[in-house]
Design a binder for this molecule. Structure first.
Ligand code: PMM
Length: 305
């Protein structure tokens, strides 16, 4: 069945020049191909797209383009989580995301809300978001897991150890892969105990969150260990600083944020091959092309000649 869906996806993919459309939230867990989650930060200070989509029309236009290019979900965030970032208050965060979410939902674009606050998640769900992406995995706000249980929406639980202003001081592990697996497993247990349905949970290793480059690479290399927990895995490397460090100039200057998409694509394809459920990226068009190549390669030896 999975092969059949992939072949279908491949044909659609070829017809659309690389973009694989999906029908929305009901398909999210059974797309038949890896999901692409497009990043839309409506913040002044996110590390990659901060300030670009603060204007509601610009945000909607960018999300529409990402959807057209192959995004299965657009992830809207109103609070920067870049290392060292301070917090904004909930009304400010709601004010940034609510109108954009409403516009996208009414345009038929599937939306996830990237927030650690239950009040923001609740406002976004009321405005039409269908997925909650909590980078704290339910830890930051005690009201989040009960809300998610009540909403019975798909949830992304990311590995997290603390807010951005202090997280890099928490990047200490005995064995990062085992520690992240165990801590994510505890987040999943908490969510299920709060009433979140297991089949609605997606997990995420949280690259860059309380992690040094060496930790990110170790986790990227061992997605199989996280997959053993039995939940879909979202891989979110896009433009992160460990890629900038890898590609640094001879003088040690990191590769600028806007020039990390080729490296991001390489990590995304490796994640597809490892069995990731999906990737969260800024460059949706390039990722859709890479996914088309990956699907074609994957299905070539299964199709009729
Ligand atoms: N990273 C960022 C924001 N939200 N959500 C998930 N699930 N996983 C991530 O790794 C993640 C996230 C920070 O990156 P951005 O500034 O590009 O949004």
């Amino acid at each position: 069945m999975r092969e059949v869906r992939w072949l279908f996806a491949l044909r659609v993919c070829e017809e659309r020049g690389g973009a694989v459309p999906s029908d929305g939230v009901n398909d999210l867990f059974d797309l038949g191909f890896p999901a692409i989650v497009g990043v839309l930060n409506v913040t002044p200070d996110s590390f990659s797209d901060g300030g670009r989509y603060r204007d509601r029309d610009a945000a909607v236009a960018h999300a529409t383009a990402m959807r057209r290019d192959g995004a299965d979900l657009v992830d809207v965030g109103g609070e920067s989580t870049r290392p060292g970032a301070g917090r904004v208050d909930a009304p400010t965060e709601i004010g940034r995301v609510e109108g954009v979410v409403r516009d996208l939902a009414s345009a038929g674009i599937p939306v996830s809300i990237d927030t650690t606050r239950a009040a923001v998640a609740e406002a976004a769900l009321a405005a039409g978001a269908t997925v909650v992406n909590d980078v704290s995995g339910g830890l930051a706000d005690p009201a989040m897991l009960p809300l998610l249980a009540e909403a019975s929406c798909p949830v992304i639980l990311m590995h997290w150890r603390g807010h951005s202003d202090r997280m890099q001081g928490l990047a200490s592990y005995d064995d990062v892969v085992a520690n992240v697996r165990d801590e994510l497993s505890a987040r999943v247990d908490d969510a299920i105990a709060a009433g979140v349905a297991a089949e609605r949970i997606i997990i995420d290793p949280g690259l860059g969150f309380a992690k040094l480059a060496v930790h990110n690479w170790a986790l990227s290399a061992r997605l199989d260990v996280l997959l053993e927990l039995g939940f879909p895995v979202l891989f979110a490397s896009s433009r992160k600083s460990y890629l900038g460090a890898l590609l640094a100039d001879a003088d040690g200057s990191p590769r600028p944020v806007g020039e990390r998409d080729a490296a991001t694509l390489a990590t995304s394809v490796l994640a597809f091959a490892a069995g990731a459920w999906g990737v969260r990226v800024h460059d949706v068009r390039g990722t859709a092309d890479a996914r088309a190549v990956w699907l074609a390669t994957n299905t070539a030896n299964r199709s009729e000649p």
